[in-house]
Ligand binder design. Structure first.
Ligand SMILES: NC(=O)c1ccc[n+]([C@@H]2O[C@H](COP(=O)([O-])OP(=O)(O)OC[C@H]3O[C@@H](n4cnc5c(N)ncnc54)[C@H](OP(=O)(O)O)[C@@H]3O)[C@@H](O)[C@H]2O)c1
Length: 204
């Protein structure tokens, strides 16, 4: 529902636009990518491994960047989306936000869902140096928390239920077995160990 909320209610993604999704093979990101395609957008994604990139390509995502192997995320994004970005679904922050601001089109929208690259910071990190693009490109940037949108759960569940039933959306899980593995599962989120939702299964 987080992906659905960000694209529909916050960024108001439209058919024909270009969507950029970071942390794109995670629980939220992988659904945001697939919903973007269903909504008629060109979808550009960023992930941390070639295996994850191949998986998203197989799901029909148009272009996928491996941010760990490209020299410059902004340049890679410019090559992947020479037409520019209309909507950025932000899961990461830091260099990804800087790259998006460089490549946004006029009147673009950024739905700020998460900033996982900064959750473990031990000191304040400087913001992007290119924030002036917000003015120059007339951007809208809006953060959101899914819990404030529960009154739309029925609408979401009806749409997503159909997409899941028909296989138009695939919701993956990475499962760690047993409570003892909960710390490894949690730390694994910051190391890119998951594809889809990271789940700790308590019983067989
Ligand atoms: N606003 C809301 O209501 C709401 C609700 C749920 C989640 N969230 C936020 O949305 C984001 C995604 O959540 P999720 O549950 O779907 O997590 P997730 O994407 O399944 O897991 C984290 C993924 O982020 C990537 N990552 C970790 N550290 C990174 C870094 N320093 N730079 C770039 N990528 C990094 C890793 O993939 P790679 O291998 O690709 O690096 C990892 O697999 C998180 O920031 C979360 O806090 C917000």
């Amino acid at each position: 529902m987080t992906a659905w909320t960000g694209l529909n209610r916050i960024a108001e993604l439209k058919a024909g636009e270009t969507l950029f999704v970071s942390a794109a093979s995670g629980a939220v990101g992988s659904v945001a990518c697939q919903l973007g395609k269903l909504m008629g957008a060109t979808v550009v994604a960023s992930v941390g491994s070639d295996e994850k990139a191949a998986h998203l390509n197989a799901l029909g995502i148009d272009k996928v960047i491996n941010y760990k192997t490209c020299d410059d995320i902004s340049a890679a994004l410019g090559q992947a989306a020479p037409q520019g970005i209309d909507v950025y679904f932000e899961n990461v922050g830091g260099e990804h936000l800087t790259a998006a601001l460089d490549n946004m089109n006029d009147h673009g929208r950024i739905a700020v869902c998460g900033m996982i690259s900064q959750y473990n910071d031990t000191a304040p990190t400087p913001g992007p140096s290119n924030l002036a693009n917000i003015i120059i490109k007339k951007l809208k940037i809006e953060g959101f928390i899914v819990f404030e949108h529960w009154d739309h759960y029925g609408e979401y569940a009806q749409q997503m239920g159909q997409w899941l039933a028909t296989g138009q959306v695939q919701a993956e899980q990475t499962i760690y077995q047993g409570l003892d593995n909960a710390p490894s599962a949690f730390i694994g989120l910051f190391e890119g160990k998951n594809k889809g939702k990271m789940v700790v299964k308590l019983t067989d």
